[in-house]
Design a protein around this ligand. Structure first.
Ligand SMILES: [Zn+2]
Ligand SMILES: [Zn+2]
Ligand SMILES: [Zn+2]
Ligand SMILES: [Zn+2]
Length: 203
């Protein structure tokens, strides 16, 4: 009994230490899961400082190791990130979003798993599954394609996906290379000695 109590206390203490009063970073999943082969996959992830709402990188690696402090100089909030996030495509169920949306069960809704469409005496390949008879998103496995059926997106994956968005934001100035060059170039105009001396002509 007492032991249990201690364990609970410990757990609370641990949680408190972890949280440290830090606000949790904001992760926004954008775009919808594709449900047919025609849909483009436009899903992306963006990560933000919870305080000033500026884009922020998860576990940014700097010269002093990983840091999670907002880069906005007026903000500088220390931010915590969860270890994983509920998959936005399957709402954490791990189930193929296309199968859910189209009420198909791993087999193609369009041809009802036949692989072909039959009409007017013809049977062209189904344009959705291209004749595979299966859901083009999960290939018949019924697993969510975004989280691979786990229902969760790990922090590392979120970071990697968000990196694309970050780079797009910072497209104008290239992310690395602080741009230093041209300490030459000053040659041509070199010293035109002031004409005062006058007598210093070339011989
Ligand atoms: Zn901030
Ligand atoms: Zn999922
Ligand atoms: Zn599916
Ligand atoms: Zn089909």
């Amino acid at each position: 009994m007492k032991l249990k109590h201690a364990a609970v206390l410990l757990a609370t203490a641990f949680l408190a230490a972890c949280g440290g009063g830090m606000p949790e970073g904001e992760v926004r999943f954008i775009g919808f899961a594709p449900v047919t082969s025609k849909d483009k996959d436009v899903r992306g992830v963006q990560t933000f400082c919870p305080n000033c709402k500026e884009a922020m990188t998860i576990d940014q690696e700097g010269d002093k190791g990983v840091k999670n402090r907002c880069e906005n100089k007026k903000c500088k909030t220390k931010v915590a990130w969860a270890n994983d996030y509920k998959c936005p495509s399957c709402q954490g169920s791990g189930r193929c979003a296309a199968c859910t949306a189209m009420e198909q069960n791993g087999d193609c809704y369009n041809c009802r798993g036949q692989g072909v469409l039959i009409y007017a005496g013809q049977s062209p390949n189904c344009p959705n599954c291209k004749g595979s008879k299966q859901c083009p998103i999960c290939k018949g496995k019924k697993n969510c394609d975004y989280c691979e059926g786990s229902g969760k997106i790990p922090k590392e994956t979120v970071k990697a996906k968000a990196a694309k968005f970050m780079n797009r934001e910072a497209e104008l100035p290239p992310p690395d290379e602080p741009k230093k060059e041209e300490p030459k170039k000053e040659e041509p105009k070199k010293e035109e000695p002031k004409k005062e001396g006058g007598s210093e002509e070339k011989k």
